[in-house]
Design a protein around this ligand. Structure first.
Ligand SMILES: Cc1ncc(COP(=O)(O)O)c(C=O)c1O
Length: 361
């Protein structure tokens, strides 16, 4: 039998099929893997480790996220953000109840009804001017408590940073959490870009979650430099049930979990999450500052994290899209989304600003 103990892989050359120097402003998911995350994956490779989360990397991740979010938190690595949200929400939503969120929430508009189909609960929404719920908006919602004909709210879900690039402060989250708990509900946070929110405010991850009264968190890694790695973090175990079994039922239990956990360790054991998020945020700031004041371009939202949502003439966007990738956010108003990532460079931003200026000038 061949001794495979020294095999480290094949020497087959692999040429990229794309130009690795090309970057646009379409999404932070368009970026590749941060070299430190890639190095962590390589370090975690080789030999055998117990499958399905009984490995040393997942054990270490549980310790590390315990230090970050508080002792006793439950840590459930998963593959993607939709999976994290659907799993987290299932685990805290009673069978008969619904989730209340904003009309711009990813769980409402960008998860193809996975929450309803896989999670089996209804999502009810509130319109907001800036992607953020407030206690006033929640209080004004006609929740029809005790009305058996209405899907009873059991959970409120907020996103930080929001889908429109705004940021909740710890005090704003605390005010929502207090109301939600008074009403006997649970607070979920979609933290797909939690790192960007914390970096924008100069606070820690715990201040925006555990200390602000969040009960369950979808913690994002992918947009912050991971290849594919998110985690559900249970912050209030007494309000959340069955996460272990629901993760398997929701097809989010990775057999080779060590590689998901290693990515999250690379981000959260040190300060890589903050470095990457601060950089992406700074690039969005540079972009917003660069285009501010250009006639024919409007910036309706504060640029607080790594996204810019300007409104400009549709034909101008279409011409710019021929050279720089980005998407329409709202076809009707001509609003577009420009997203910066951990690998966006100052040169990328400056070239784009020049192109916008030339187009509108
Ligand atoms: C706010 C928010 N939540 C969750 C996700 C996760 O989505 P995915 O399932 O594509 O990883 C995204 C991705 O764009 C997002 O923007």
């Amino acid at each position: 039998m061949t001794d495979t103990s020294t095999q480290t892989g094949t020497a087959t050359p692999f040429a990229p099929l794309h130009d690795p120097s090309t970057r646009g402003f379409a999404s932070d998911n368009y970026a590749g893997i941060h070299p430190e995350v890639l190095a962590a994956l390589v370090a975690a490779n080789g030999g055998h480790q117990v499958a399905y989360g009984e490995d040393v990397y997942t054990a270490r991740l549980t310790e590390v996220l315990g230090e970050v979010f508080g002792t006793g938190v439950g840590v459930f690595p998963v593959f993607n953000g939709t999976g994290a949200n659907v799993l987290a929400l299932q685990a805290c939503t009673p069978r008969w109840s619904s989730v209340l969120t904003t009309s711009s929430a990813h769980i409402h508009v960008d998860e193809a009804a996975a929450p309803e189909r896989v999670g089996g609960f209804k999502v009810n929404v509130i319109d907001t001017p800036d992607g953020k719920l407030t206690p006033e908006l929640i209080r004004a919602y006609p929740a029809r408590v005790e009305d058996e004909h209405f899907a009873q709210v059991g959970v409120v879900s907020i996103t930080n940073s929001t889908e429109v690039g705004t940021v909740y402060t710890p005090a704003e989250i605390r005010a929502i959490a207090d109301l939600v708990h008074d009403l006997g509900w649970v607070l979920h946070l979609d933290g797909s870009r939690l790192s960007n929110a914390a970096a924008a405010l100069g606070v820690g991850l715990r201040e925006l979650t555990t200390d602000a009264g969040v009960d369950i968190l979808s913690l994002g890694g992918t947009k912050c430099g991971a290849m594919l790695a998110e985690a559900v973090v249970v912050l209030s175990p007494e309000r959340v049930h069955g996460t272990t079994f629901l993760r398997k039922q929701s097809m989010q239990l990775a057999s080779k979990m060590r590689f998901v956990s290693a990515q999250l360790l690379a981000l959260f054991e040190g300060d890589l999450w903050r470095r990457n998020a601060e950089h992406a945020n700074a690039m969005a700031r540079r972009l917003a500052d660069g285009v501010a004041g250009i006639e024919g371009l409007e910036l309706p939202h504060e640029v607080e994290a790594n996204a810019v949502f300007p409104i400009l003439p549709r034909e101008s966007s279409e011409r710019l899209m021929e050279s720089f990738r980005f998407y329409f956010w709202d076809e009707a108003s001509g609003q577009v989304r420009w997203m910066c990532a951990w690998d966006t460079t100052e040169g990328d931003v400056d070239r784009f600003v020049e192109a916008v200026r030339a187009e509108l000038g």
